[in-house]
Write a protein of this length. Structure first.
Length: 354
């Protein structure tokens, strides 16, 4: 988005829905597409939850959704079967699975956090499974603190998983694909990752062994009283405010909203098409199950770096890497995040989004 600061802005560009788009809207760098939205009746083409979460900012429509991904726990079926394990549904069952795998000299969880963002899904789901989504929204918006007991509990649980050595020991040295390959090659049993990992699992060169050797389960339930939340990014196309040919750009947006382009964008990847016009029969059985998982969730949440302002996201993602290296230091790590985040949120309140 740095090109928006230069004289010749691109007409359209793809971007992540959520706080990243909100940041550009607040800086008045994007043009609303309400007229196109109404003319093409997009309210009928996308679900209310997607429109509300991904397309609407400050009361106007700004983003056309083109791809939706969901974060799940992917696992190696061969390892689970060889160890007599079933996909866990509760946290107690999940811990029991980790204990048995570790006892049998198998790394339970693969994580590749070198680029920081792959670790965020642990923070996301541990918070969403222990606190109402309203609390998480308050934390993402600066209305709750990183030093709150609710957040400390999340980092404590994560810290305990790390100290129990349920993760591979070199997480901060690997990227997400290398961590996924550990599961492919039976060097680890599970990894928490977005549905784009399907591409790697289905690539026989990257993933030795039969391509049907993996499966997924949703992040386990930790509190039965909390409504279910699904997590992941939604990609979309936005229109630059200062670009020259908005009429042509809107015709292009209209094309990308049609059924066939939406289908094409999901083929060969782990993406689901946000369009309601894409029939369920279009998808593989695997993706159909993912769609059912999303439908069974009351809420949709964006992953951490798309849910909070970019400058705060940088602090949080640094803290994940620090926690992985120093799990005993989680309280100090959170104090440092809160100190810096407080300053940033105050600047945003005073209309200085950067």
């Amino acid at each position: 988005h740095t090109t928006l600061d230069k004289g010749n802005s691109p007409e359209l560009f793809s971007y992540w829905a959520g706080a990243r788009v909100q940041n550009l809207v607040d800086q008045k760098k994007l043009a609303p597409i309400d007229d196109l939205w109404e003319k093409e009746n997009f309210d009928k083409k996308f679900s209310t939850s997607v429109i509300k979460a991904a397309s609407t900012y400050n009361g106007s429509k700004y983003l056309l959704p083109i791809a939706q991904f969901v974060v799940m726990v992917f696992y190696n079926k061969t390892i689970f079967e060889a160890n007599g394990l079933q996909p866990p549904t509760s946290w107690e069952e999940f811990i029991a699975v980790c204990q048995k795998l570790k006892k049998n000299k198998i790394t339970p969880i693969a994580l590749g956090s070198r680029e920081r963002w792959p670790a965020q899904f642990w923070m996301d789901y541990l918070l969403l499974r222990t606190q109402p989504i309203e609390y998480r929204n308050r934390l993402m918006n600066g209305k709750a603190k990183y030093t709150d007991q609710e957040v400390k509990k999340v980092y404590q649980i994560w810290s305990e998983l790390l100290k129990e050595k349920y993760f591979n020991q070199n997480a901060n040295q690997l990227d997400w694909a290398q961590a996924t390959q550990l599961v492919c090659k039976k060097d680890a049993a599970m990894t928490l990752m977005g549905s784009w990992a399907i591409q790697l699992f289905e690539d026989e060169k990257q993933c030795s062994g039969p391509v049907n050797n993996f499966d997924f389960f949703p992040f386990p339930t930790m509190d039965m009283n909390l409504p279910k939340v699904a997590l992941g990014p939604i990609d979309g196309i936005v229109l630059s405010k200062n670009s020259a040919n908005h009429d042509f750009a809107k015709k292009t947006l209209s094309y990308f909203a049609k059924q066939k382009p939406q289908e094409r964008l999901s083929i060969g990847s782990g993406a689901l098409a946000p369009s309601l016009e894409v029939p369920l029969s279009f998808y593989s059985p695997f993706k159909k199950r993912m769609i059912e998982e999303i439908k069974s969730s009351k809420y949709w949440a964006f992953n951490y770096d798309l849910a909070t302002p970019p400058r705060v996201a940088e602090l949080g993602m640094d803290s994940f890497n620090e926690l992985i290296e120093f799990p005993d230091q989680y309280e100090k790590i959170l104090e440092n995040v809160e100190t810096e985040a407080h300053i940033i949120f105050n600047e945003i309140l005073n209309n200085d989004p950067k």
